[in-house]
Design a protein around this ligand. Structure first.
Ligand code: 3HC
Ligand code: NAI
Length: 643
């Protein structure tokens, strides 16, 4: 039964059971609709507790219904019906009350939440606005400021914050059902509060709304839903309830049919499918209770931080005592940064460091379940590391490399039990970036592969399987993207115009400013290495700049010039002079032309990658671009955008 009713004396308990997340599909909406009628007609009932079975309270509308015509009872009508019920309803919230789930909770007269619960209106993350009074009731419940934050960011609030803002009436621990029933009994002894729709709301002045608009537009970078949500909220603060409801509904239906919403829904489901690809079958992941990282540089420290954040004890191995201390300092500075940003307390940062054992002796690894190598990008160095790992680690320990470009098969050569070897390609900063490329070799066992996917889940990462080629999925597409951007420069497009066009498309940075930030020398050295090994690698414009000492921000200039202490790029005369001979005049391109050219190049490379079996499906490529390279999520990624 999706909706069932039990009685505890004069309190009825309505239980929703619609796995996996109690989404508000038609059957559930109908079940709740009918329950209101049944309980209003039941003279023995004085109040109703609404509670959910499973891992969460109602997590929202059923997103799978969004492509189809709405079927009654419509959610806004259900929320009104709950509010108008003769018997007061109490929402008992565990897990997350999200979107339509929180709107249902706002239809109830009271909201009681477990201390571990959260509430939110994440609709903008799906390219829509709340469609069942979220923008209209929230300001009446918790004031305009809280409503604007909740709705326009889409980020949920934890129970304690929700309580302080008035979004919930009580936070409880222990047995939610018993606590909610007790709450309902007490509530019946007092006059009932007004239903939310009848409560007053005070609008801030026009200047405040303008400030919000500017701040949100800057953040949204072309995404339309957050601004449209702000319009709905302003309407709710300034106009009668019914006018605001009509406006919200019209906006919801319009955006639900938009390309941006389609793209965001696609990414939503791609993300959820990523950790469990069908081809893993029933391969069982190994249980990982401890992990080690070899190399405490940029990547090693970041990976160690990610492992510690997930609660795993970590062993960090470096070359010698001095390097061990540097590695530990790198790791500490990551946690110190988290403390500065308010993400960790001092005590938590201390505990993160306490869980790290560091040294240069591989004997420390004799009982570790998983080892991730992140030493210099040099085949000889990496092979030497794996030779030692082969001797010191347990025969069943999973051994992984974080190489960016080297062939994992060559790294693993000579390793005893190569079935437990795998590529785990993290992105910098490794404790922040969500993408994890998982690169099996032909010898990698299904169990090892499944462990890679399970590890991603433990670390909160999005796993994407990649085959072996130069750059795997992400860096290979990056190379093509940069090459195409250079082609446009050669044909006369200004560097700054290309960057501006890609920002306008939705990237945080254009291709050239991004290279200046990361340093042009990394890709240069890689090309030089390939040339040295006899490969025919054409001279790039970047090579010319690096040879002239222009490696990016760190040398005061790359594609652009930088004043000391200033990260804002200035068009560079030196760069123009260095490249002058390479540049001819081509047709003038609009920003849209530029973005189309560059994103098409990415999609073309993506198609080649699919044809070669390097990526298993188009959505994997899109996840790589969105989570590893800043492709605007609301565009769905290059493959989705190419149609
Ligand atoms: N509709 C349909 N299916 C949903 C869903 C939804 N709203 N939310 C989650 N699911 C599905 C997932 O696709 C996944 O399916 P699968 O097992 O077949 O892959 C399954 O439920 C479990 O999801 P997760 O793996 O994400 O489970 P977690 O336990 O990690 O997280 C959660 C639970 C926090 C509830 C998370 O699923 C989530 O954030 N869901 C989305 C919530 C949301 O965006 N709600 C707003 C919807 S829009 C709306 O309500 C409009 C309204 O205003 C009219
Ligand atoms: P880095 O130079 O910052 O760090 C490498 C560390 O490895 C140094 O601290 C060094 O002392 C240590 N090291 C070298 N040989 C060692 C050995 N034999 N035993 C123990 N430690 C040893 O380099 P970075 O950037 O962290 O890169 C590491 C690996 O990660 C490379 O393979 C690189 O291609 C890959 N990678 C780098 C990314 C980046 O953005 N920097 C992104 C993804 C992967």
């Amino acid at each position: 039964m999706t909706v069932s009713i039990q009685h505890e004396g004069e309190i009825a308990v309505v239980t929703v059971d619609n796995p996996p997340v109690n989404a508000l599909g038609q059957t559930l909406r109908q079940g709740l609709w009918d329950a209101v009628g049944t309980l209003d007609a039941d003279a023995s009932v004085r109040a109703v507790v609404l509670i959910c079975a499973g891992r969460t309270f109602i997590a929202g509308a059923d997103v799978t219904e969004f492509g189809k015509p709405p079927v009654p009872p419509h959610l806004p009508d259900l929320v009104d019906r709950l509010e108008q019920a003769v018997k007061p309803w109490v929402a008992a919230i565990h897990g997350s009350a999200l979107g339509g789930g929180f709107e249902v909770a706002m239809g109830c007269r009271f909201r009681v939440a477990l201390d571990s619960a959260s509430v939110g209106l994440p609709e903008v993350t799906l390219g829509i606005v709340p469609g069942a009074s979220g923008t209209v009731r929230t300001p009446r419940l918790a004031g305009v400021e809280a409503a604007v934050e909740l709705v326009t960011t889409g980020r949920p609030f934890k129970a304690a914050k929700a309580l302080s803002l008035g979004l919930v009436d009580a936070v409880v621990t222990g047995d939610l059902r018993a606590e909610a029933v007790a709450f309902a009994r007490t509530a019946l002894t007092q006059p009932l509060p007004q239903p939310i729709s009848a409560r007053p709301v005070t609008s801030p002045d026009a200047g405040w709304w303008e400030e919000q608009r500017k701040a949100i537009a800057k953040r949204a970078k072309g995404e339309i839903a957050p601004l449209r949500a702000l319009d709905c909220l302003r309407m709710a603060a300034e106009k009668p309830f019914s006018d605001a409801m009509a406006h919200e509904r019209a906006t919801f239906l319009e955006l639900r049919a938009s390309n941006q919403a389609a793209a965001l829904r696609y990414i939503f489901f791609a993300e959820r499918g990523a950790p469990k690809p069908a081809h893993l079958g029933d391969a069982k992941p190994r249980n990982i209770r401890s992990a080690a990282v070899i190399g405490g540089g940029t990547m090693g420290a970041g990976i160690a931080a990610a492992l510690r954040d997930a609660g795993l004890p970590v062993i960090l191995i470096e070359r010698d005592d001095e390097a061990v201390q540097r590695g530990l300092a790198n790791l500490r500075s990551i946690f110190d940064g988290a403390v500065k940003r308010g993400k960790l307390t001092e005590a938590q940062a201390g505990a993160r460091m306490d869980g790290v054992t560091a040294g240069s002796d591989y004997a420390l690894l004799s009982d570790t379940d998983l080892v991730i190598e992140a030493v210099f990008e040099d085949l000889t160095v990496k092979r030497a590391v794996f030779a030692q790992l082969g001797q010191t680690c347990r025969a069943d320990a999973i051994l992984a490399t974080n190489t960016s470009y080297l062939d994992p098969r060559l790294i693993a050569e000579g390793l005893p039990r190569p079935d437990r070897f795998i590529g785990l390609h993290f992105f910098s900063p490794a404790n922040v970036m969500k993408l994890l490329e998982i690169v099996p070799t032909p010898a990698t066992s299904p169990e090892t592969l499944a462990t890679g996917f399970a590890l991603a889940r433990t670390l909160g990462k999005i796993p994407v399987q990649a085959g072996i080629c130069d750059g795997f999925i992400g860096n290979r597409i990056l190379k093509r993207y940069r090459a195409e951007a250079e082609t446009l420069v050669r044909r006369g497009s200004p560097i700054a115009a290309i960057d501006a066009a890609m920002r306008a498309y939705g990237f945080a940075m254009g291709p050239f400013e991004a290279q200046d930030l990361g340093g042009l020398d990394i890709a240069f050295l890689q090309r030089e290495g390939a040339r040295a090994s006899g490969q025919d690698v054409a001279e790039t414009l970047g090579d010319i700049l690096v040879r002239a000492g222009r490696k990016g921000q760190k040398t005061g200039g790359g594609w652009y010039d930088y004043a000391p202490g200033d990260r804002s790029p200035k068009p560079s005369e030196s760069t123009a002079n260095l490249l002058a001979e390479q540049i001819s005049t081509g047709p003038a391109l609009t920003p849209e032309d530029i973005a189309t050219r560059l994103t098409k190049a990415m999609a073309d490379e993506g198609r080649a990658i699919l044809a070669e079996g390097i990526a298993l499906k188009p959505s994997d490529i899109d996840l790589v671009e969105v989570h590893g390279y800043g492709y605007p999520r609301w565009r769905g990624g290059p493959m989705f955008a190419a149609g």
